[in-house]
Ligand binder design. Structure first.
Ligand code: SAM
Length: 267
């Protein structure tokens, strides 16, 4: 079967990296694990062997039948054909209340899938995911540099992020053009800074980073209708309340400052 590029199908064929990922996850028999995009089952096999209850989500219907056949005798394995961007994770894992996620993610949906997983974090305590190395560098970046952006804010607000190791293109078939990294995200007991409205934080981060070389004031002026602000005066008022210089750039804002601005915009 030919790999489908449009579905991000780069299968992890190097068993040493498969084993490293599984060692990092350390699956246990008493837990539920969601695997997104099992593909040919490179990681699935090891997850199922641990005795954990494994729920796989695969979009490609051509891969579902072989996976069902391969795991037919394993009663703690199930698979659904679905788009992981549409799945209700809390409902999927019932009767369990929480699960961990393991995935060699399709890179074409990295940001939306991370957003979905973060939004579902009452049900998801930890994620070990493989992503493009550049994306992992952005997710784990500290404020102040060019890697720090929307996805850093989205993820770090909710999770502790740890880059575990890099994986070369040659570990996959077909080989991608870029290196990958394995990332562990652990849900924070409480967010770094409390915000009244998380949706506003996410929208604000999108607006502030929409043109990263612009000042935060200029980005807010271009995007103020997206934030339901009545006029430019409201931008000045919110920036002043949050104690932020309008001439700063988004990449210099800490999560605490981003949260202060979110709260100033959601009185
Ligand atoms: N886990 C396998 C491995 O490590 O070899 C496959 C990883 S491959 C990078 C990504 C997998 O995600 C493919 O099997 C692909 O069909 C599947 N996929 C792509 N888009 C998806 C989506 N929206 N929802 C669920 N699975 C998806």
């Amino acid at each position: 079967m030919k790999a489908k590029r449009r579905l991000g199908q780069n299968f992890l064929v190097d068993s040493s990296y498969q084993e490293r990922i599984i060692r990092a996850v350390n699956p246990r028999a008493d837990e539920t694990i969601i695997e997104i995009g099992p593909g040919h089952g490179a990681l699935t096999e090891h997850l199922v062997d641990s005795g954990a209850r494994v729920i796989a989500i695969e979009l490609d219907h051509e891969l579902i039948l072989p996976l069902r056949a391969a795991f037919a005798t394993r009663d703690h394995f199930s698979i659904i054909q679905a788009d992981a961007l549409e799945v209700d994770f809390a409902a999927l894992i019932e009767p369990a209340a929480t699960a961990r996620v393991v995935a060699n993610l399709p890179y074409y949906i990295s940001t939306p899938i991370m957003q979905r997983l973060i939004e579902a974090r009452t049900a998801i305590t930890e994620m070990t995911v493989m992503l493009q190395r550049e994306v992992v560098e952005c997710i784990t970046a500290a404020p102040g540099g060019k890697e720090y952006g929307f996805i850093s804010v989205l993820v770090q607000y909710a999770c502790e992020a740890e880059s575990l190791f890099d994986v070369p293109p040659g570990a996959f078939r077909p080989a991608p053009k870029v290196w990958s990294s394995v990332l562990r995200l652990t849900r924070r007991a409480a967010p770094v800074a409390e915000v009244r409205d998380e949706t506003m934080l996410i929208e604000l981060a999108k607006v502030l980073f929409s043109q990263r070389r612009k000042t935060i004031f200029n980005n807010l002026r271009s995007g103020y209708t997206r934030l339901n602000l009545p006029d430019v005066e409201a931008i000045h008022a919110a920036l002043s309340q949050a104690g932020l210089d309008p001439q700063r750039r988004a990449e210099t804002l800490t999560l605490t400052e981003m949260a202060a601005l979110t709260n100033a915009l959601t009185q």
